[in-house]
Design a protein around this ligand. Structure first.
Ligand SMILES: Cc1cc2nc3c(=O)[nH]c(=O)nc-3n(C[C@H](O)[C@H](O)[C@H](O)COP(=O)(O)OP(=O)(O)OC[C@H]3O[C@@H](n4cnc5c(N)ncnc54)[C@H](O)[C@@H]3O)c2cc1C
Length: 629
C-alpha cells in the first residue's frame, strides 16, 4: 500500500509535547510530513489583535520551528501566506497529499473554517484526522455528557468529566519527524482583501504579508512584525513551548506553592514576579498542553498529603474553569460571546449596546452611543484615565504588557459594567480581545458574563470598590506608583483617592488632579506611562453614588428576568418592563457587600439556565456581613 503523505496543520497547538493530533499523524508512519501553518486573513484583518499577542504568536512559531528542525534538519514550521479555505484545495493536489491532520477547535470561526476545509479535503479524496487536545476533556464530549447543555458551573463540568473518565495522561513529544515532501507552488496565489481591517489603527505602515505565498525569501519562513506593518511589541512576556515548559518546571519545583495555591489569596497588585503562573498565553496558543499542566500539578498534590488546596480555588481548579467556559461555548455556539440570542445570558439594558447584523443576529463589533457621558467614561476606562488610580494602573498594565491578574480583571470588569459605568460587557470584552496576550474567546466572554452578573454568577450586590479593594493588597500603592507614575510621590493615604489630596500635597508630589483625562494635556505621555506627567484626571464619577444607581438598576433588570434569546430583547419591547429613566430608576436605598475577592471562585451551582436566582434572594436575606456605607 502507498505510504501516507501527511499535512500536519498547526493552529492553536504550537507544541510538540502532548499532542494527540500530532501523534495520530505520526502513527500513520508517513512517507512525508509537512508541518504547516496557514496565515489566516480572518485573524489578520477581521479579529481584534494587539501587537503584543502577535509578537507572542511569532515567538511560539519560531520556537516550534526550531524544535522541529532539531528533530529533523530538513524540516521546520512552513508558513503559507494564504487563507486555509483557498490554499488547501490547491496544495492537496499540487503536493499529492493523502491525509490532513489537526487538533479540533470549538471556537466559532474555527468550526466554520474547518468545515469548509474538511469539505474540500473530501472532494480531493484526502482523509481528515482530528483529535481533541486543547482542553482537559473534549468540549463536545463534555456537552454530550451534560445532556447537550452548556456547563454553567464547575460542578456540572466535574460531573460531566467524571462520566467521560479521568483526564488523560500527557503523551511524550516525538523523538523524530519524517522529511517534508516537495512543495511546488505552481498554482494561483489568492490574495485576501485587506478591507475592512479592524487592526489598521495599529499598523505603522502597510502590511506586505500576502505578497507571496512563501514569504519575502520564498522559504516559507515565519512572519516578522514589519511584514505585518506593525511596530515593535511592548510586552516583556515572551512566548514559545520551550519557555512554557521551563516556567512550568520552575512552578512545580515549588511544591508548597503548587499544592497549596488558592487563587483568591493571590495578590492582583504583585508584580515582578506576579502571584499566579502567567501560563495562560501559552495555553491559548497551545505552546503548553493543558493536560501536561494538570498532571504535573495533580501529581504534586497527590504526594503532598494534608494541606493541599482543592478545586475551585486550587491550581487544577483554575484549569477546570477554563474547560467549563470552553464547553459552555461549545454548546451555545456563536451567541456565547454576546447577549442577543444567548439563552443563558441575562439581558440588561446597558449603555453602549452592540449593533447587530440583522441577517445573522451576530454583533457587528460596532455599538450605539446612547449616552455621550457613558461613551466618555468608556474611552477613559480604555486608556486608563478614569481618575481611579487602581483601575487606571490595571488598564495601563493591560495595554502595555497584555496581561493582568485575575482579580485585577475582576476589578476593571465590574467597574465598567454593574459596579460603576453600567456599560455593556461586550464593550469590555472587545478591549480585552484586543489587548490580552491570552485572549481566549470562550474564557473572555464567559468571565465577562460572570463579572457583569449576566451568567455563571448572580450576586450583583457584591461589588469591587476601586478604593477599599486594592488597599487590602497594597496599602502603600506600589502597583499604582509603578503604572501611574504621575502619582508616584503621593502620600499613601491619597494613593487610591488622589482627588482628596489637598493642593499643597499635590504640589509636593508634583501632580495636579485636574481635567477629564481626554484632553491632550492630561493624557499620559505613553500609554504605559514611562515618564512622569504633571496632571492626573479627576474621577469620572462619585463611586458611592454610582454603585447605588447600578445596584438599583441591576435589581430592576433581575426582576424583569429577560434572557438574551427572549423575543422582547430582539424586538425592543423589553423597554416596557423598565422605568423610563433607565439605570437611575428603581430602589435607591439598597444594601451592598464590598467584594474583597475572597469568594472570587465561587460561582452559582444550579442546574437551570438561571442558576443563582433563588440563591441570590436567599443570600441577600441571609447575608450577615452586609455593610451600609
Ligand atoms: C473579565 C475577564 C476576562 C478574562 N479573559 C480571559 C481570556 O481571554 N483568556 C484566559 O485564558 N483567561 C481569561 N480570564 C481568566 C483569568 O483571569 C486568566 O486565565 C488568568 O488570570 C491567567 O493568569 P494565570 O495564567 O497566571 O492564571 P493562574 O491563576 O495561574 O491559572 C492557571 C490557568 O488556569 C486558567 N484559568 C485561571 N482562571 C481562569 C478563569 N477564571 N477562566 C478561565 N480560565 C482560567 C488559565 O488558563 C490559567 O493560565 C479572564 C478573567 C476575567 C475576569
Amino acid at each position: 500500500m502507498a505510504k501516507a503523505r501527511v499535512i500536519y496543520w498547526f493552529r492553536t497547538d504550537l507544541r510538540l509535547h502532548d499532542s494527540p493530533a500530532l501523534k495520530a499523524a505520526l502513527d500513520l508512519e508517513p512517507e512525508v510530513l509537512w508541518p504547516i501553518f496557514t496565515w489566516d486573513p480572518h485573524y489578520v484583518y477581521r479579529a481584534r489583535g494587539g501587537l503584543n499577542r502577535w509578537q507572542f504568536l511569532l515567538d511560539c512559531q519560531n520556537d516550534l520551528s526550531a524544535s522541529i528542525t532539531k528533530l529533523n534538519p530538513n524540516s521546520k514550521l512552513f508558513l503559507l501566506r494564504e487563507a486555509p479555505q483557498t490554499v488547501f484545495p490547491k496544495i492537496f493536489k499540487a503536493w499529492g497529499v493523502t491525509h490532513l491532520v489537526f487538533e479540533t477547535d470549538t471556537d466559532r470561526y474555527p468550526r466554520e473554517r474547518d468545515a469548509v476545509v474538511e469539505a474540500a479535503a473530501k472532494k480531493a479524496g484526502v482523509k481528515v484526522i482530528t483529535r481533541s487536545g486543547r482542553t482537559l476533556w473534549d468540549s463536545d464530549g463534555i456537552v454530550a455528557k451534560n445532556n447537550g447543555k452548556p456547563t454553567m458551573s464547575i460542578t456540572q463540568l466535574q460531573n460531566a468529566g467524571k462520566k467521560i473518565g479521568p483526564v488523560e495522561r500527557p503523551i511524550p513529544a516525538p523523538t523524530s519527524l519524517p522529511d517534508p515532501g516537495e512543495m511546488p507552488l505552481d498554482f494561483e496565489h489568492d490574495q485576501p482583501s485587506g478591507k475592512p481591517d479592524v487592526n489598521s489603527g495599529q499598523r505603522a505602515k502597510e502590511d506586505t504579508e500576502y505578497q507571496s505565498i512563501a514569504g519575502p525569501k520564498g522559504d516559507f519562513g515565519i512572519e516578522r512584525m514589519e511584514e505585518l506593518g506593525f511596530p515593535s511589541a511592548t510586552t516583556p512576556h515572551k512566548g514559545g513551548e520551550t519557555r512554557a515548559l521551563k516556567m512550568l518546571d520552575d512552578i512545580i519545583k515549588n511544591k508548597d506553592y503548587t499544592a497549596t495555591f488558592e487563587k483568591p489569596k493571590t495578590s492582583p497588585a504583585q508584580f515582578e514576579p506576579q502571584s499566579t503562573t502567567l501560563l495562560s498565553p501559552f495555553l491559548h496558543f497551545g505552546a503548553l498542553s493543558v493536560r501536561e499542566f494538570y498532571w504535573r500539578v495533580q501529581d504534586v498534590v497527590d504526594n503532598y498529603g494534608k494541606g493541599a488546596s482543592q478545586p475551585p480555588v486550587s491550581l487544577t481548579g483554575q484549569l477546570l474553569f477554563r474547560d467549563m467556559y470552553f464547553a459552555a461555548q461549545a454548546a451555545i455556539g456563536p451567541e456565547f460571546t454576546q447577549t442577543l440570542g444567548n439563552g443563558h445570558c441575562k439581558f440588561i439594558p446597558w449603555h453602549l449596546p452592540s449593533k447587530v447584523n440583522p441577517h445573522t443576529g451576530i454583533s457587528t463589533g460596532e455599538y450605539h452611543i446612547d449616552s455621550p457621558e457613558a461613551e466618555k467614561w468608556f474611552q477613559r476606562w480604555k486608556i486608563g484615565m478614569t481618575g481611579f488610580p487602581w483601575i487606571d494602573a490595571l488598564m495601563r498594565q493591560l495595554r502595555q504588557e497584555g496581561w493582568i491578574h485575575h482579580l485585577g480583571r475582576h476589578s476593571v470588569a465590574c467597574f465598567l459594567t454593574r459596579g460603576g459605568c453600567y456599560i455593556d460587557w461586550e464593550r469590555g470584552a472587545e478591549v480585552f480581545e484586543e489587548f490580552l496576550l491570552d485572549h481566549e474567546p470562550a474564557c473572555n466572554a464567559g468571565n465577562w458574563q460572570w463579572l457583569s452578573c449576566t451568567a455563571f454568577f448572580t450576586q450583583y450586590f457584591r461589588m469591587y470598590s476601586p478604593i477599599s479593594f486594592p488597599q487590602k493588597w497594597d496599602k502603600n500603592g506600589d502597583f499604582v506608583r509603578r503604572w501611574v507614575p504621575e502619582l508616584k510621590d503621593l502620600p499613601a493615604k491619597y494613593i487610591y483617592e488622589p482627588w482628596k489630596a489637598p493642593l499643597v500635597d499635590q504640589k509636593k508630589a508634583g501632580v495636579r488632579v485636574t481635567g477629564d483625562g481626554l484632553s491632550s494635556s492630561s493624557l499620559p505621555s505613553s500609554s504605559s506611562s514611562g515618564d512622569k506627567g504633571n496632571t492626573y484626571p479627576k474621577p469620572i464619577f462619585d463611586f458611592n453614588e454610582r454603585r447605588e444607581i447600578c445596584m438599583a438598576a441591576m435589581k430592576t433588570a433581575y426582576q424583569a428576568n429577560l434572557l438574551g434569546n427572549d423575543e422582547r430583547v430582539a424586538d425592543g419591547s423589553w423597554a416596557d418592563l423598565f422605568p423610563e429613566e433607565g439605570e437611575h430608576a428603581g430602589l435607591r436605598d439598597l444594601d451592598f457587600e464590598s467584594d474583597d475577592g475572597e469568594k472570587a471562585d465561587e460561582g452559582d451551582e444550579s442546574d437551570d439556565a438561571n442558576p443563582g436566582e433563588k440563591r441570590t434572594a436567599k443570600s441577600q436575606q441571609a447575608s450577615s456581613k452586609k455593610q451600609k456605607k
